[in-house]
Design a protein around this ligand. Structure first.
Ligand code: SF4
Length: 253
């Protein structure tokens, strides 16, 4: 699916041109590593939030995964069965970001399983993508929170703040060409906004990652789509926008 000039002009005419979102806090790995304080990365405990974030910003994949598994930075560590780190290729061109693990994810240690996960897999398959790390067009899937909020309640601001360094490091390590943010909560957390999802969809946001920027598209959470089938067409439009943005970037490369 390529983006020709006519289609690009159409996107712009529809007001779907890039919306630049400056994320000064998105971690620049080199800068963070140079500013890294002597924090024991295996524990990350007993340090200021800034020192902890700087330590996480310098982690490699294995170190990061171990730090998440051992994390006790917020109260969700007391009720989780296990942490849910993420799944897919760690060099995937697309990164998908959801809200938080639910009961099934907490039990299995993988994001987006169960009915919503199957819907997501079907949506990805329709555009030739897969969460399988060995797939030719793999995606990496992670959540804003790595631990399940009890009773699937909404994440609290202190939990999001404590977990954010992990997600930021994941984004930087994957270095995706595109980020697809699923659901109102994830979109508001990643884009740092209170805007409703209706105002966030249909635009190209930009996340600053390291010394570059990554386009971000907002779409509905698959669990929402299960309850609101009429909005599936809108989520298809979001995927098409993501494909167009990717194609446009490839044509410029
Ligand atoms: S939700 Fe994030 S910050 Fe809280 S305990 Fe789990 S991994 Fe740590």
């Amino acid at each position: 699916m390529s983006l020709d000039r006519r289609r690009a002009a159409l996107w712009l005419a529809m007001g779907l041109g890039p919306e630049w979102v400056l994320r000064d806090d998105v971690v620049d790995g080199a800068a963070a590593a140079s500013a890294r304080s002597p924090v024991d990365a295996s524990t990350l405990e007993g340090h200021s939030a800034a020192a902890r974030a700087a330590a996480i910003a310098g982690m490699a994949w294995d170190e990061l995964e171990a730090a998440v598994a051992a994390c006790t930075a917020c109260s969700l560590c007391k009720t989780r069965t296990q942490t849910v780190f993420g799944v897919g290729s760690r060099t995937a061109p697309w990164m998908l970001i959801g809200e938080a693990p639910g009961a099934e994810e907490d039990a299995r240690g993988e994001p987006f399983v169960g009915q919503a996960g199957r819907l997501l897999d079907n949506m990805l398959a329709s555009i030739g993508r897969s969460r399988r790390a060995d797939a030719s067009q793999s995606v990496f899937i992670a959540n804003v929170l790595k631990c399940r909020p009890p009773g699937n309640r909404n994440p609290q601001p202190d939990e999001v703040a404590a977990c954010e360094p992990f997600l930021l490091r994941q984004i930087e390590l994957v270095r995706p060409q595109l980020v697809l943010v699923m659901g109102r909560f994830a979109a508001q957390a990643v884009l740092r906004t209170d805007a409703p999802i209706s105002a966030l969809r249909g635009r190209v946001h930009r996340l600053r990652v390291g010394d570059g920027e990554v386009p971000a598209i907002v779409t509905y959470h698959p669990a929402y789509l299960l309850r609101n089938l009429a909005d599936k067409a809108k989520s298809w439009a979001d995927l098409c926008l993501a494909l167009d943005v990717e194609a446009a970037a490839a044509s410029r490369a």
